[in-house]
Ligand binder design. Structure first.
Ligand code: EPU
Length: 284
């Protein structure tokens, strides 16, 4: 299998931040059986691996990844009545608009979230008061030995920007969602995308929100109140549109982003007493 992997592939083009060194090995996987085969191989060879979807919410190290980076391209999508069966590599945003156009409600909030279905489940992504867990029914997961497990919603733990997959080694490969018919779904989805494009730096290179919201408040509001919009380290800058976004304006490095995040965290703690916690995941 070694000869099926690409070598020394820059991770910057697989990161929504546009940041990251090279992966020692790289592979694209388009079906569940192949994912099982690749993970079984990694287990046998003790090869560290990391699964990438849209590469948002992740910050790759400037030094790259010393192992195999697997791009999840499992991207089937079938909709029967209100039941959606989808590959983990399918665009979560597209799923939001596709289902809303069919008059199905539950995933309108997904529209504009820069994630794959797998990444959105992993992070229990959310917006506008909704989270992935709300309409999720089943998750298919290939474990680190290559075995396929199907979990029902009740067998899984989710909380704000967290899922039990943070503690499981393997790959989310598919999911099933149960939606409800609602004729206003498309209208609602368009309202959501309009709000997002107005309030977030949608067209810039970023990882989405950098910090989790503290209970009852918005990290972006606090960051703005501390006068940190526009703060810069190297090519990384706190967005002037939304304080909880760091954007890569000019060849930023992972180190620039982390230094800027640390600066923001320190200032917010000093001025407001609030301890911000990173939502961004460091892949180091
Ligand atoms: N606000 C400011 N200044 C800012 C940003 C926000 O004053 O720079 C104020 C807004 O005016 C508003 C309040 O803070 O009154 C909330 O702002 P917003 O609606 O933008 O929501 P948020 O709490 O900042 C959360 C999620 C986003 C999600 C939006 C929309 C987190 C960390 N962020 O942001 O999710 O898109 O709600 O529902 O939970 C993400 O997780 O990556 C993400 C972008």
């Amino acid at each position: 299998m070694w000869n099926q992997f690409q070598k020394s592939i820059s991770l910057s083009k697989y990161s929504s931040f546009g940041i990251g060194g090279a992966a020692r090995y790289f592979a694209e996987v388009s079906d569940i059986e192949k994912m099982q085969e690749v993970l079984r191989f990694c287990y046998q060879e003790s090869l560290p691996f990391h699964i990438v979807g849209k590469g948002s919410n992740s910050l790759f190290d400037d030094a790259g990844f010393d192992g195999l980076v697997i791009l999840n391209k499992i991207s089937f999508c079938t909709i029967e009545d209100c039941r959606v069966s989808v590959g983990a590599g399918f665009s979560f945003s597209l799923l939001g608009s596709k289902t809303a156009r069919k008059g199905l409600s539950g995933l309108e909030f997904a529209s504009g979230i820069p994630a794959t279905v797998g990444g959105a489940i992993f992070m229990n992504a959310g917006a506008n008061g909704f989270e992935v867990k709300d309409c999720l029914q089943k998750v298919s997961f290939v474990d680190a030995r290559g075995a396929l497990n199907v979990y029902t919603r009740d067998e899984l733990d989710f909380s704000y920007r967290w899922s039990c997959f943070h503690e499981k080694k393997g790959a989310i490969v598919a999911a099933e969602f149960l939606l409800t018919p609602r004729k206003e779904a498309r209208e609602e989805q368009l309202r959501i995308i309009e709000y997002r494009t107005k309030t977030q730096p949608y067209s810039e290179l970023s990882c989405g929100c950098v910090f989790k919201n503290p209970e009852g408040d918005s990290a972006g509001r606090l960051i703005e109140a501390c006068g940190l919009k526009g703060a810069k380290v190297g090519g990384a800058e706190v967005s002037s549109l939304h304080g909880n976004f760091i954007i890569n304006t000019a060849a930023a490095t992972a180190s620039d982003v982390l230094k800027l995040a640390e600066h923001v965290k320190t200032c917010v703690k000093q001025q407001t007493g609030v301890d911000l916690e990173l939502e961004l995941r460091k892949i180091f």
